[in-house]
Write a protein that binds this ligand. Sequence first.
Ligand code: AMP
Length: 439
Amino acid sequence: MTFEQLGLTGPLLNAVAGQGYITPTPIQQKAIPLILDGKDVLAGAQTGTGKTASFTLPLLQRLAENHDPHQKPHCVRALILVPTRELAAQVHESVKTYGAHLPLHAEAIVGGASIGIQTRQLRRGCDIVVATPGRLIDHVQQRNINLSNVEILVLDEADRMLDMGFLPDIKQIMALIPKKRQSLLFSATVPNAIKSLAAQMLNNPVEVEVAKQNATAENVTERVYGIGREHKRELLSYLIGSNNWKQVLVFVRTKHGADRLEKQLIEDGIRTVALHGDKTQGARNKALEYFKAGKVSVLVATDIAARGLDIDELPHVVNFDLPQVPEDYIHRIGRTGRAGLSGEALSLVSPEEAWFLVEIEKLLKRQIPRVADTGYEPVSLKVMDAPKKNAANKVTGKKDFRHAKKPAAHGAKAADSKRTDGKRIESRGKGRSGSRGKG
Ligand code: AMP
């Protein structure tokens, strides 16, 4: 199967060849012909499957086919809504790359960037807008953008948009777009909330799915390290240092936790940068740029900041904290093992997090292999009590144990353990000894 056989033509084939793509990925094989044919599509495709190109390439071709070069100024003909600024930047980049040989202009409209500059860009005119919902609505309210000519609407990572509470914004935006349009909905998972959004948004959609729902990427090796909370940082430094890892994405739960771990790893002599929602857009872009360019080895990120990041050949993902919403585990480890490459996803799990692990494994319907010898005295990840039943997330309906009482766990005391293999994490910073006790 080639891109040509999918119905793509000259300029797009050149752009694809320029990226070095030879064979379309499964989602591209399924979605591109349908979208070229004008169909509405509900696609269950996880990140890393080539989903961005699967909607961007046919979208560009359709716009180019009906492009009137004399129409002035360009009006917004395609709107791509995404949950985060980082994903907007990436999708915008893809649109520019794949559309390099076409007379179409795209802008990214996201929070955290100057609204004045965006206003000027929008008033100059553009054919395609990639936007986060909140900032788009700001521009709608200020009458900087007219959505009444939109022909194609895309919702990318729709499940995450709902998780982030964007449903009212999405509905508001949909009301401003002509009913006669093509709509595409991409989502890593397809829970009931997405099905009901699809029913409102899509017209007679064709459903395509490439990865089994709630499956994780097959070429990712997953491992759980049962470890006392206070030893996590030391173990992480050890794993990075002893394996000479050059590019690791580390997930933590909180912004504060991200800043703290960044500082600690730097103290351990590991080049690290943190990425979270409290950083300015400039700092977030810089963090990502440094990480992608290999100027830092570790990117410590919260879930929202890391959503949708596309980093070529990312080999290692570490869950320093387990996510509290089980689906986030799948999103997180989807950062590695992308486009057919192999990857490694390690989770450092303390006894306090045992319940989150239970919920994740319930979702995966399998057990994640445990590392027998972590180098520390073993801790038990068995749980004693079920958390309270009413801890469901009201917005998504997903189970969310954030507010549940933490169950007692066997072996919590063993968390005071020391490394049993005599290994010590020697600081690679100036004259510090081990980092013990600061995790
Ligand atoms: P995505 O799922 O859209 O985030 O894409 C994941 C990665 O796959 C990106 O780095 C793309 O550049 C890459 N990619 C997309 N399509 C192909 C393809 N047909 N062949 C090889 N790599 C691809």
